[in-house]
Design a protein around this ligand. Structure first.
Ligand SMILES: [Zn+2]
Length: 458
């Protein structure tokens, strides 16, 4: 087989950002060498000063397929991911129909994904009010872990769990050894805030913000940490928005609890103060908060209390955003960001003195680890899949609809000027995105190709 060498003056490896040749044989990385040691006969591609990062891994996306492919679907979702530098997505168990809460639904997702994905993928299983008996079988069938909600997710087909329901699921979750991802907001602080807001103007973002107080996240995280202490399951907090919770998370870390935390590009870039009236493309839950909170989240990344950055890509048809009414109460909550997450993160991280190595850790290595894909994904190193992003850090671009590639080009980033451009994305050695084109076909497959024997036994 022909050896190929990808050269760059800025290859992002575990040992730092340095000039290197990434030698690829077939689908895997063979070696990472100094550029003057490229093996004779290797086919060389020199990317010059463009950075070479490991393919990004998004451990939190909603592709809404099967069942709601008109919201996004595997084709456009994974193409927009390829355009954004992603090579592996882990799909959430809700917003698709059926929701991934039993084996039949997991198999339905596998059938729907077959031959339609441009990047590799994996599935999370769901835990809802009445499917605790499915936890062992879902684990055995290859889900990466589980997701549940402590508050109503606001979509048909997926229920929240109460504390007693969660308690009855946790011993089985702990036995699987797989992570439990939790949407950490409790209903009571939200319900009483909404009650106080009767008669408020819901075209104002500050009304919506007041309806999802930090207290809801804080109380949920405190409950989860105490359950984690009691049941010793692997806890992962998804989309942390409330920086107030970082103090509790720091104590949990110091105590040695098995907890990890993610936040999203929108919480690290947008601020509540700047959301225009009626601009429901900025709505997600928990909400984007104020500028001081944003800086505290960056500090959480710096202190390594926040492990990773996932998009929570959650699109919907434009009419569900209710742009005409501009009503934050009724509009669908969710921000689609697969194509733009890397430039958003690079723009903000660079200003704060972070390196490309930090970005690779937050957006590739750590999410791969969370999803149990870190044997082959998330690093530029020998033996890993040849998943590579060629990222031109010097370009600046204004975000326009044609750069989004989603089924519906709705985004709070439209019109913004961001730094950095994904020049090309390689999945297991072959280009899947290059200069605005999608060469080849949908070669993505479920990770892992060979499934290891289930570790769960009763
Ligand atoms: Zn989500």
């Amino acid at each position: 087989m022909t050896l190929r060498a990808f050269l760059s003056r800025r290859v992002v490896t575990e040992d730092g950002v340095r000039p290197a040749a990434v030698v690829v044989e077939g689908e895997r990385i063979e070696e990472v060498l100094s550029p003057n040691r490229v093996p004779a006969g290797a086919e060389v591609r020199d990317f010059g000063h463009a950075a070479l990062l490991p393919g990004l891994v998004d451990s939190h996306v909603h592709l809404n397929d099967p069942g709601r492919a008109d919201w996004e679907g595997f084709e456009t979702g994974t193409q927009s991911a390829a355009a954004g530098g992603y090579t592996l997505l882990v799909d959430m168990p809700l917003n698709c129909l059926p929701a991934t809460t039993d084996i039949g639904a997991l198999e339905a997702k596998r059938r729907a994904a077959a031959g339609r994905c441009w990047v590799d993928w994996r599935a999370w299983g769901g835990i809802v009010e009445d499917n605790q008996q499915c936890i062992p079988s879902l684990a055995g069938a290859g889900v990466a872990g589980f997701k549940c909600f402590l508050v109503n997710p606001g979509i048909d087909g997926f229920t929240m769990v109460t504390e007693p329901q969660l308690r009855s699921a946790l011993p089985d979750v702990a036995k699987t050894g797989l992570p439990l991802l939790v949407h950490a907001e409790l209903p009571e602080p939200i319900d009483s805030a909404v009650h106080r807001l009767q008669g408020a103007d819901w075209t104002r973002f500050e009304t919506f913000l007041a309806s999802r107080p930090e207290e809801a996240e804080l109380a949920a995280i405190r409950l989860l940490l105490s359950l984690c202490r009691e049941y010793r399951f692997r806890l992962h907090i998804v989309h942390l928005s409330a920086s107030q919770a970082l103090a509790d998370l720091r104590s949990a870390r110091n105590e040695g609890l098995p907890v990890s935390v993610e936040t999203c590009p929108h919480y690290l870039h947008l601020t509540a103060e700047a959301v225009p009236r009626g601009a429901t493309q900025f709505k997600c839950a928990p909400p984007v908060r104020g500028g001081a909170n944003r800086e505290a989240l960056w500090q959480g990344l710096r202190d390594r209390l926040i492990d990773l950055v996932a998009t929570d890509h959650s699109p919907c048809p434009p009419q569900m955003k209710r742009f005409r009414e501009g009503d934050f109460r009724d509009a669908w909550g969710g921000i689609a960001s697969l194509s733009m997450a890397l430039p958003v993160m690079y723009t903000e991280a660079r200003e704060r003195g972070f390196s490309l190595g930090d970005i690779a850790r937050w957006m590739s290595h750590e999410p791969a680890k969370l999803a149990g894909c870190d044997e082959r994904k998330g690093r530029i190193a020998p033996g890993f899949d040849a998943d590579l992003v060629i990222f031109d850090t010097e370009s600046e671009r204004t975000v326009t609809e044609d750069l989004l590639y989603y089924r519906h080009p709705v985004s709070p980033y439209l019109g913004e000027t961001l730094r950095g451009k994904v020049q090309a994305t390689y999945l297991r050695g072959k280009a899947i995105f290059e200069n605005g084109e999608f060469p080849g076909g949908p070669r993505g497959r479920e990770y892992p190709a060979e499934r290891s024997a289930p570790s769960f036994s009763r």
